[in-house]
Design a protein around this ligand. Sequence first.
Ligand SMILES: [Ca+2]
Length: 233
Amino acid sequence: MQRYRLIAALVLMLAAAPVLLADQLDQGMCGTVQGNIVQQCGFEGATLDMWLFVSMDISLTGAHSGGAAAVGTTPGSIEGILLQPLITDPGQTYTFSFFLNARGTGTSGNGGEDDGCETEAGDGCETEGGGLNLGPTDFMGFGAYWNDLSTPVVAINNFDPSSPAIPTSWTQYSATVSATGSDFIAFAFVNPPQAEWLLDDVVVAVPEPGSLVLLAGCLGLMGAGIIRRRQSS
Ligand SMILES: [Ca+2]
């Protein structure tokens, strides 16, 4: 009986696998990244049902790829939070990366409803760099986290002079993280009413071996050069 249950479970898993794969491919750019373990990585399908979230929504305008991105919705001190548990290989190193953007809300910002910026790629709005209209007391902050909500792996805010600038075009950030087997990624967003954060194309994947192969190749060539120099001297 036990064995039949196991077989039934395997059949179900196999039946679900192609669906999952197709779902991932529909997620835009992040769905094409080999080995990406983040579900709903591109926020396509306009739901956040693979994420745990507070004060977050989907934006159907201005996505990095595909037609949707995650957006923080609550201006002020209540943080928007987005979290996803991950099953990982214990001890494995992963690359955790995502695309982040900030835009103005309302009609005056670079993401305003009336300026047409959200609907056309390449219209110049992505590189405007303005429109957030942050005053001296307007705090705008972002954190990306791996397992530890007290220590961000990427932190950006406008009050810390040592912080990276708030991006006003889609910008990719990445961190190298090590897995315990059961991990989570999380993002926190704080924004004033006139500006909002957008997040898209979240990737957690084992680094491509390409860079290691390249390094090994370079070391091999250097080694060969040293041997040749030794032989000729
Ligand atoms: Ca997307």
